[in-house]
Design a protein around this ligand. Structure first.
Ligand code: SIN
Length: 476
């Protein structure tokens, strides 16, 4: 990989300001299966050392005034944007997404750092009137935070957690996905260059079991923020229970995307393309079930299929690719199993069939999807667009809410009364009306039900890293 600044592709863990090099674990390019490099597989003892370093750094970091913290975060933000090209190349190489989309993720990731740099100036407490004394509610950093992040957004899922943590005065130990550690490490390099003090950001690379145990069992770690599957999130929550940590869990979804007869159909197709095929379908907020009302069912399918047929699938660094490789063989096997199951149960592929190399997944439109298919109840996490037909609004609502998950939901209508009625009835943390995008730094992002706990981004995002101390003053 050719970088303008080769120093950004570092292959080391970062503990208390020291870089640890040990080539234990290879990292592959999912498009070529070539080894990009390798990173240490950090041990439990190294993770404990990172926790101690974070704890030591916190005693000074939490005293740094808010304006200085904001300046340091803005410096980090500016470096991210200045190195967007290189960060995008690293991200695309290890994760697979097309270069333009990878650079888009760098800008998206940096936007959280900017937002929380700004928010750090507004961590206000309260003065509460009570008879006979003064009562204040003070806002304090919760403590050392463990940050466990996924492979699908190797940059933005880190900044969305780390920026509010640092803004609040917490220090962090990051455990990036073992599939995509280099984007995390590059963020560590830039944090160091921005002057963020040693020990404030620690990065432990490696396999999850031992590192996860050390992070969740440590009484020093007061907060865990995790993005990943509901199964792993529930397991981590269980591991955190004995030490009663604060939790933010951004977990799986099964997003409905509902198109009513009165929708602007071209806008609905644009939204479906964005929501379904972003990152090749590998996001928690991707449309998983596309529900289309009977009156526009055929027209919607024709329009969507034309757009899907025009998608280009290929390596992330080939300028023309819209969809890169899937992350690994297990992901591809699940996608293929969902398509095969749907076809065996009566769905029909209406998009063109492509002859793709094994690392890619065919972007597929499936008509006549039904609720007994696996893709109706499980998150496919790939470029598969199953189209379900519905007749009435009540039926659409039943199907949309008929899932234990509650992350994102989308719907398209031009009827404003229905817009409010339906939005309020949807049991999801994020609702998009006439838009296929629900992710930005200003928006509270998170789910209900099996999709998790807490909110990221927005004003709420910083609350996750703060606790409230009631300060009672008598005798005045
Ligand atoms: C995710 O897939 O977990 C996050 C998607 C987003 O930030 O939009």
């Amino acid at each position: 990989m050719t970088l303008q600044d080769p120093g950004l592709l570092r292959m080391e863990a970062l503990i208390g300001g020291s870089w640890i090099a040990r080539p234990d674990l290879a990292v592959y390019n999912p498009a070529t299966a070539e080894v990009i490099g390798s990173v240490p597989d950090c041990t439990g003892a190294e993770t404990d050392a990172a926790i101690t370093a974070a704890q030591d750094a916190m005693s000074t970091w939490k005293q740094v005034d808010h304006a200085t913290r904001a300046d340091l975060l803005m410096g980090w933000h500016d470096l991210m944007l200045a190195h967007k090209g290189d960060l995008g190349r690293i991200l695309s190489a290890e994760q697979g997404k097309p270069l333009a989309e990878a650079e888009g993720e760098i800008a998206y990731g940096a936007s959280f750092v900017r937002w929380f740099a700004e928010e750090s100036r507004r961590i206000n407490g309260k003065i509460i009137p009570v008879p006979g004394k003064k009562l204040m509610a003070l806002r304090e950093p919760v403590g050392v935070a463990a940050i466990i992040t996924p492979w699908n957004f190797p940059n933005a899922m880190i900044t969305r957690k780390v920026a509010p943590a640092l803004a609040a005065g917490c220090t962090v130990v990051i455990k990036p996905s073992e599939l995509t550690p280099f984007s995390a490490i590059a963020l560590g390099v830039l944090a160091e260059r921005a002057g963020i003090p040693a020990g404030v950001i620690n990065i432990v690379t490696g396999l999850p079991t031992e590192i996860g145990k050390a992070l969740t069992q440590s009484p020093t770690v007061r907060k865990l923020s995790f993005t990943g599957s509901t199964r792993v999130g529930a397991m981590l929550a269980g591991q955190c229970a004995p030490t009663l940590k604060r939790l933010s869990l951004e977990l799986g979804g099964n997003a409905p995307f509902v198109v009513f007869d009165d929708a602007d159909l071209d806008a609905a197709v644009d939204g479906a393309m964005l929501s379904k095929f972003r990152n090749g379908g590998q996001t928690c907020v991707c449309a998983n079930r596309i529900l289309v009302q009977a009156g526009v069912y055929e027209r919607f399918i024709d329009k969507l299929t034309a757009r899907v047929d025009a998608l280009s699938v290929g390596p992330g660094d080939a300028g023309h690719s819209d969809i890169g490789p899937m992350i690994n063989a297990a992901a591809r096997a699940k996608i293929n199993a969902h398509v095969d199951d749907a076809i065996a149960k009566g769905a029909r592929q209406v998009s063109r069939k492509r002859d793709l190399a094994a690392q890619y997944a065919d972007p597929v439109v499936l008509r006549d999807a039904s609720l007994d298919m696996r893709l109706a109840s499980e998150e496919t996490f790939g470029p598969v667009a199953p189209i379900f037909r519905f007749e009435t609004e009540a039926q659409a609502l039943d199907i949309a809410n008929g899932t234990p998950f509650g992350l994102a939901a989308y719907f398209y209508t031009t009827d404003m009364a229905r817009a409010f009625r339906f939005a309020e009835a949807l049991e999801f943390g994020l609702v998009g009306l006439n838009t296929g995008a629900v992710s930005n730094a200003e928006a509270p992002f998170g789910g209900v039900k099996f999709s998790g706990l807490g909110r990221e981004g927005a004003q709420e995002g910083i609350d996750e890293y703060l606790s409230t101390k009631a300060f009672h003053i008598g005798g005045i």
